[in-house]
Design a protein around this ligand. Structure first.
Ligand code: PGA
Length: 252
């Protein structure tokens, strides 16, 4: 079922004590919110996942992973498997963030393997995708987004979509302070729903939650979230501050 979701991607930020105090601040500020049909998610670093789970036991906050390796186990120094994540209580993983694609060279083929492995291991997947500035400038953004979805997700069975959340993140808006306008976000989200409907059917297209990501702040969240096909946000920088992140949660 389509859900409202506000997810904080902490990236490589917050050590153990910072993780603890940010969660404490968030727990306090969202305690009184009703948040019906709304999910609040944080994605701390691997090393702090277990303690974050502990600190959110009595709260509405869900703890998810920023990444995982596609293999079950083996000689992959420095990597973390789906099994390892589920064994500590993780239920959701982010896959395909633009930083994974651009800095760590993750390709659509690899991301398809990661998504398959996550789903096989009962991990819900937040799949990120979006165009570069040059694609937007040349008017190629719809093609790029369609290609990314086709290459990674359109091989899935209809039933698998129950465990997929989409995060449209135009790369030119990530960490730049430049946000897509609410109209640009709506236009792309509606397009995404239309191609899912074409590939699958209306039911799948209407049920999937599509988050917008890229410089969402307390000042612009409400307007972006007000758009019909925007079901929430994936928040980077502004999720590192309890007051800002809870203001964004309140905007949903
Ligand atoms: P930002 O990051 O909110 O700092 O732009 C978003 C993201 O990378 O998911």
């Amino acid at each position: 079922m389509r859900q409202k979701i506000v997810a904080g991607n902490w990236k490589m930020n917050n050590d153990k004590s910072e993780t603890k105090s940010l969660i404490k601040g968030l727990n306090k500020s969202i305690k009184k919110l009703s948040l019906e049909n709304t999910r609040v998610i944080i994605a701390p670093s691997f090393v702090n996942l277990a303690s974050a789970i502990k600190k959110t036991k009595k709260s509405k906050i869900e703890v998810v992973s920023q990444n995982m390796h596609q293999s079950k186990s083996g000689a992959f120094t420095g990597e973390v498997s789906a099994d390892m994540l589920t064994s500590i209580g993780i239920k959701t993983v982010i896959i395909g963030h633009s930083e994974r694609r651009s800095i760590f060279n993750e390709t659509d083929n690899l991301l398809a393997e990661k998504v398959n492995s996550a789903l096989e291991n009962d991990l819900e997947t937040i799949f990120c995708f979006g165009e570069l500035l040059e694609d937007r400038k040349s008017g190629n953004h719809f093609n790029i987004v369609e290609e990314q979805l086709k290459n990674v997700l359109f091989q899935l069975d209809e039933i698998a979509w129950e465990n997929i959340i989409l995060a449209y993140e135009p790369v030119w808006a990530i960490g730049t302070g430049e946000t897509a306008s609410p109209e640009q976000a709506q236009e792309m989200h509606a397009f995404i729903r239309s191609i899912i409907e074409k590939q699958y059917n209306k039911k799948v297209a209407n049920a999937v939650s599509i988050l917008y990501g890229g410089s969402v702040k307390p000042a612009n969240a409400k307007e972006i979230f007000s758009k019909e096909d925007v079901d929430g946000g994936l928040i980077g920088g502004a999720s590192l501050n309890a007051a800002d992140f809870s203001a964004i949660i309140k905007a949903i």
